[in-house]
Write a protein that binds this ligand. Structure first.
Ligand SMILES: N[C@@H](CCC(=O)N[C@@H](CS)C(=O)NCC(=O)O)C(=O)O
Length: 219
């Protein structure tokens, strides 16, 4: 019996498979050794009032635990971190630094990465896309080079693997349709190191499993 329930999508198109933000939460739960149940949303369910009541923007993930309901993947990973020193170290200074890198992943790096992803995956055919893309790419690269500089002398964002690496790696994964990460060897090695963790592999397999099960049948 588990008291944790994670809301995710039943199916998403291949371009989003392995990237949907419930993966961050699954990964954190696996690292913490916490079992959970899934609640899988059908297409359109995210806009129903019952889902909007728990996720105001009609998105996933949603995390439920003993009457506590959370949205925002970063907040959820921080909450799970409170239960596991693998995600949030015990020493107060290290704990604060991990939180700092978690926020950095989500507020200093992800927005630039998301801008590039949005142009490439959703607006590539727009007349303005070739004009906007170079500056979006440059902004993402500037932030990623700064992360690479921080990682030059160490394997993880803090001394040991933490929830900050869950979030930063998840952000780097969003660029899988480009060579932006592989062009920065320190970052590529860091992403590979984090993704080699058994907890990540289990989380990814668990996100992908329903997508196989519920894949639309071609007419
Ligand atoms: N800041 C939110 C973003 C959540 C988000 O963008 N979720 C996407 C899937 S990765 C979603 O549900 N998209 C469907 C929609 O926006 O309608 C978080 O980190 O939880």
């Amino acid at each position: 019996m588990t008291n944790i329930r994670l809301t995710a999508f039943k199916w998403v198109p291949p371009l989003a498979q392995g990237l949907v933000r419930d993966l961050r939460v699954r990964w954190a739960l696996e690292e913490a050794g916490l079992p959970y149940e899934e609640k899988l949303l059908d297409f359109g369910d995210q806009n129903k009032p019952e889902h909007r009541a728990v996720q105001p923007f009609g998105q996933v993930p949603v995390y439920e635990e003993d009457g506590l309901t959370l949205f925002e993947s970063g907040s959820i990973v921080m909450h799970i971190g409170e239960k596991s020193p693998v995600l949030l170290p015990v020493e107060p200074g290290a704990r604060a630094r991990v939180r700092t890198w978690m926020i950095a992943a989500l507020s200093s790096v992800e927005p630039h990465v998301q801008t590039l992803v949005t142009i490439d995956l959703f607006f590539a055919k727009e007349e303005w896309a070739p004009l906007r893309r170079p500056s979006a790419l440059a902004a993402a690269q500037t932030r990623l080079n700064a992360v690479a500089a921080a990682l030059a002398e160490r394997e993880y964002l803090e001394k040991q693997f933490s929830g900050a690496d869950v979030l930063m790696t998840s952000v780097l994964r969003m660029l899988r349709h480009t060579t932006v990460v592989s062009d920065i060897p320190v970052l590529a090695a860091y992403q590979a190191r984090c993704e080699a963790r058994p907890a990540f592999k289990r989380a990814l397999a668990d996100q992908l499993a329903p997508f196989q099960r519920y894949a639309p049948v071609a007419a």
